[in-house]
Design a protein around this ligand. Structure first.
Ligand SMILES: *Cc1c(COP(=O)(O)O)cnc(C)c1O
Length: 360
């Protein structure tokens, strides 16, 4: 038998990530996407793309300047990425090596672990308590001289819980030798940011995505902001054309259409209140969320629940395998129309699985 080359040890250790895509027709309350559409202005831009336009290698810089000025940053502090997922990958590849530790409060966004574990660094997880509040004390205790990267999703997924600014500052101060990622993927539903600190804090990285509120998950657009002294390392690592020309062409229109974004965010905030009321009326346990989704405890029948919802063409995400999330399901909040359909399906599904408030 031939001796095939084997990958690095870290790759052998890395778990495969299989998001439950496939046959996603119906109301998609499973991936925290915009459930409706992107701005119509974006489609106008796409309609105007010529055959000649597609012959060119994409130029990231002009759009980076635009995004920077939109966010009140300098162009040198902003890097556009192929989704925030690429930003996380670039961060891991830029900073993590053997002997380093990557510190993560869990449960949290899956891709930190995916990209972290394919480096030679060691993952160190800190479990949040039952309320899923940010485990500040536990995290501070785990900071060592080897800590090189700390990832904080704010608001967090799959819980929706926000991290107070003082807690973030405390982590940054306590680990000046580590890069601290504050992933603001759900910023528009929350409204608080630490982007204003980028000028002064060289170990802070902030990411934002265009996949959620903006409704552009299919284009793969994210961005990373950091102090200029750190940015050139990450520019060395990122592939020069990872953000494609169509995405770059669409981005200015998406940013300029503030009216559309505000409309969608308002729909979600109203929908979130409706879904919370529905949970309260049915005595379902849920966690307070600052994002476009809610985590709810279904208990032992979580699998039956998800499939009963699917039979009603409403897709929701089983998060039971996330640390501390046994029996939990995450439901994305979309437009009011979609959330009302979700609530109808919720009622029918709970009845079908004979759910009662006392089960766990
Ligand atoms: C969805 C999500 C992302 C991924 O965003 P992309 O830009 O689509 O790669 C990043 N971080 C968190 C916390 C998310 O929930």
């Amino acid at each position: 038998m031939a001796d095939y080359p084997s990958p690095r040890a870290a790759v052998l250790r890395t778990k495969e990530y299989h998001p439950p895509l496939g046959a996603r027709d119906g109301v998609r309350l499973d991936f925290n996407e915009n459930t409706f559409a992107c701005s119509p202005k974006v489609l106008e831009v796409l309609g105007g793309i010529s055959r000649g336009d597609l012959t060119k290698y994409p130029e990231r810089e002009p759009v980076e300047r635009l995004v920077a000025s939109h966010l009140g940053l300098h162009a040198g502090q902003v890097l556009l990425t192929n989704g925030v997922d690429e930003a996380i990958h670039v961060l891991c590849q830029t900073f993590l090596e053997a002997g380093d530790e990557f510190l993560l409060p869990v449960p949290t966004y899956s891709m930190y672990e995916v990209y972290g574990s394919s480096t030679d660094a060691k993952l160190v997880c800190v479990q949040a308590g039952e309320d899923f509040a940010f485990p500040l004390e536990g995290l501070l205790q785990k900071i060592t001289p080897a800590t090189k990267l700390i990832a904080i999703a704010n608001p967090n997924s799959p819980t929706g819980r926000a991290v107070p600014r003082e807690a973030i500052l405390k982590v940054i101060e306590s680990a000046p030798h580590a890069m601290v990622l504050v992933d603001e993927a759900y910023f528009h539903f929350y409204g608080h940011t630490v982007l204003d600190l980028i000028d002064h804090i060289p170990n802070l990285v902030v990411t934002r995505t265009f996949s959620k509120a903006y409704g552009l998950a299919g284009l793969r657009l994210g961005m990373l902001a950091a102090h200029e002294s750190q940015m050139h390392w990450m520019r060395r690592v990122i592939s020069p054309y990872s953000v494609n020309g169509l995405a770059l062409a669409c981005l200015p229109a998406a940013i300029e259409d503030a009216t559309y974004l505000e409309w969608y965010v308002e729909e979600v905030l109203q929908g979130r209140d409706l879904l919370i009321k529905a949970f309260q009326q049915r005595s379902l346990r849920y966690w307070p969320s600052e994002a476009n989704f809610l985590l709810v405890k279904i208990g032992a029948k979580h699998k039956q629940f998800v499939s009963a919802m699917r039979q009603r063409d409403v897709l929701v995400r089983d998060r039971s395998n996330d640390p501390g999330c046994d029996g939990c399901v995450r439901i994305t909040v979309g437009t009011l129309e979609h959330i009302n359909r979700g609530i109808r399906a919720l009622d029918e599904s709970l009845a079908e699985i004979r759910w009662s408030p006392n089960e766990d």
